[in-house]
Ligand binder design. Structure first.
Ligand SMILES: [Zn+2]
Length: 115
């Protein structure tokens, strides 16, 4: 009996974002820090030790891990199914689903209006 390794969702795989406790600036690893020549994809942990908040200048130690907030939910292998819907974040999905329902409801109402 061998256990399969647990699959991680993209949110779990993605490097977490870090927020500056002093000013609220959020370091997003997938964007990097263009001002300070940090290339996109650099995790917070790999920033140089002398890296400071580009907004207010506090050191790395003043940043807190706030998780990977913008990563798509679901598994990477599913991303290309469903016409790209799986690339949406959960909030966007809800908007799509409930927006669609509301439109369908209005459509049915308009049918009654024809009689
Ligand atoms: Zn700051």
């Amino acid at each position: 009996m061998s256990e399969r390794p647990k699959e991680l969702t993209l949110a779990e795989q993605a490097s977490p974002n870090y927020e500056c406790r002093a000013c609220g600036y959020v370091y997003e690893p997938n964007k990097g820090d263009s001002k300070l020549d940090i290339s996109a994809g650099t995790p917070f942990e790999e920033l140089p030790v002398n890296w400071r908040c580009p907004v207010c200048g506090v050191p790395k130690t003043q940043f807190v891990n706030i998780g990977a907030v913008n990563a798509p939910s679901g598994f990477a292998e599913n991303l290309n199914y469903g016409l790209g819907v799986n690339r949406l974040s959960p909030n966007q999905k809800n908007l799509l689903i409930f927006g669609g329902l509301a439109l369908a409801f209005l459509f049915f109402l308009s049918l009654y209006g024809l009689h």
